[in-house]
Design a protein around this ligand. Structure first.
Ligand SMILES: Cc1cc2nc3c(=O)[nH]c(=O)nc-3n(C[C@H](O)[C@H](O)[C@H](O)COP(=O)(O)OP(=O)(O)OC[C@H]3O[C@@H](n4cnc5c(N)ncnc54)[C@H](O)[C@@H]3O)c2cc1C
Length: 424
């Protein structure tokens, strides 16, 4: 078979994070031909793929099982189109070798999530990066030795990010968590019944300069970040700093699911007990079903993989274990969502000249608050740049309650010659 020939599989899995790997392994353990596509070079998803240091033991086991399995892994394959192709589905991916097509009877969507950015004056200055983005840069070798770094935003991700800054010998100025101390205390009973998570929280949070109820109100600098203004609503401080790693939680990547016609509620694809979406033959697992962390991703991936292989039996003892693990992780996810809810003060931070769509240079003042998402797009081009609304969509949803009303291909940026099939 020529390298460019379409790949035929029983199950195609999009996304090789924890959910996708678990799904691929579960389906291939049932004797199915599985193709696992991911835009990254290595499998592992947001947590594990960039690691230069050894991955956690659970990850090493999973990645070793994947390497020894019959799963066909298509790395650096960015799926930009997917559509029904009886009796199943066809995925089109852009790869360094060109356009690749995969047909499969069932599909598992395990596309994960991305960071949520919220605008404040100066947020586009060089030196201001997402919290997870900063961590990814560190894993890829960013030198921080002796450089002052502030970690800010919200959510549990801030702790491993701050720990990575320390490990890279950066001068960690603080971890500003916008959720109040009162809200964070609601985590205590949840952690008491989850000793592993409690240990992780203590291990990561121990001795970190953690400041609940504080947020960044402005990034200051001319050519790059020089200082940040921070606030807790009553007190204001200016901190000199060279780097700001700032993220406001995660947003599920729903574009492919929605493009395939799968129903979503809020920020999550709707799935049944077997992780099947509203479309027969399309399953979803992990963060695309709502943010709930790696344990939910692993349990849901295994269920989705078995179901996509036609081997899901909820009566099995192992199925019961998976369902209990999924329910526990999802409960934790919902609780986290409420604990780290965004405070209203954040909406008041951007000024009229603060960019809200950085691809198309659209500032807040250019948007009439009475417009809906479509009117905003048509009048300002917000959401029409290379990120296709991935960054500004959640910003406009937070600022104005805008909900994106359509998904168009290409779902991901792809070279023009990959969009069109070659003549035979
Ligand atoms: C930036 C970031 C950093 C994070 N860091 C941590 C951390 O340090 N510790 C922690 O516990 N949790 C972290 N998380 C959360 C963690 O990712 C989740 O808890 C969990 O691992 C989700 O697993 P998943 O398989 O659902 O998604 P992911 O691990 O996000 O995997 C999804 C995969 O889908 C691929 N993908 C998406 N769309 C396409 C497409 N169109 N074509 C091809 N491939 C595609 C992506 O490349 C990715 O590899 C982070 C999340 C983000 C967004």
């Amino acid at each position: 078979m020529a390298e460019r020939d379409p790949i035929t599989a029983d199950v195609a899995v999009v996304g090789a994070g924890p959910a996708g790997i678990a799904a691929a392994l579960a389906a291939s353990s049932m004797g199915k031909r599985v193709c696992l596509l991911d835009e990254g070079f290595n499998p592992g998803g947001q947590i594990w793929r960039h690691r230069a240091d050894p991955a956690p033991r659970a990850a090493r086991r999973l990645l070793a099982r994947l390497a020894q399995s019959s799963v066909k892994i298509l790395p650096h394959a960015s799926v930009f189109d997917a559509y029904p192709d009886a009796p199943g589905w066809r995925m089109i991916a852009s790869t360094p070798e060109g356009r690749r097509e995969v047909t499969a009877t069932s599909v598992v969507l395990a596309c994960g999530a991305r960071e949520r950015f919220l605008p404040f004056p100066g947020w586009t200055l060089p030196g201001v990066v997402g919290a997870g983005g900063g961590q990814a840069l560190l894993k890829e070798g960013l030198e921080l030795q002796g450089e002052s770094v502030l970690v800010a935003g919200t959510g549990p991700l801030l702790l491993p990010v701050a720990a990575s800054v320390r490990k890279a010998k950066g001068k960690l100025l603080g971890v500003l968590e916008q959720a109040s101390q009162h809200s964070l205390l609601r985590m205590a009973p949840l952690l008491l019944v989850r000793p592993t998570k409690a240990w992780q929280a203590v291990h990561l949070g121990w001795a970190l300069p953690y400041r609940p109820g504080w947020w960044v109100s402005e990034a200051i600098g001319t050519e790059r970040l020089e200082a940040v203004r921070v606030s807790n609503g009553t007190r204001h401080e200016v901190m000199e700093c060279r780097w700001l790693f700032c993220g406001f939680g995660l947003v599920p990547n729903l574009e492919m699911g929605r493009g395939l016609g799968c129903e979503a509620r809020g920020d999550a694809l709707i799935v049944d007990e077997s992780q099947q979406t509203s479309k027969q033959g399309i399953f979803a697992a992990g963060e695309v079903c709502g943010i709930a962390g790696v344990d939910a991703a692993l349990a849901e991936g295994s269920i989705a993989g078995l179901a996509a292989a036609g081997a899901w039996n909820p009566q099995d003892a192992s199925a019961d274990r998976l369902m209990r693990k999924r329910a526990k992780a999802r409960r934790m996810g919902l609780a986290m969502d409420s604990i780290f809810r965004l405070r209203p003060e954040l909406k008041a931070l951007p000024r009229p000249d603060t960019l809200v769509c950085r691809c198309e240079d659209v500032s807040l003042g250019a948007i009439d608050p009475g417009w809906n998402a479509r009117e905003t797009k048509l009048c300002t081009r917000a959401g029409m740049g290379p990120c296709q609304g991935r960054v500004c969509g959640p910003i406009l949803a937070h600022q104005f309650g805008h909900l994106s009303d359509s998904v168009r291909i290409p779902l991901k940026a792809a070279p023009l010659n990959h969009l069109i099939p070659e003549e035979p």
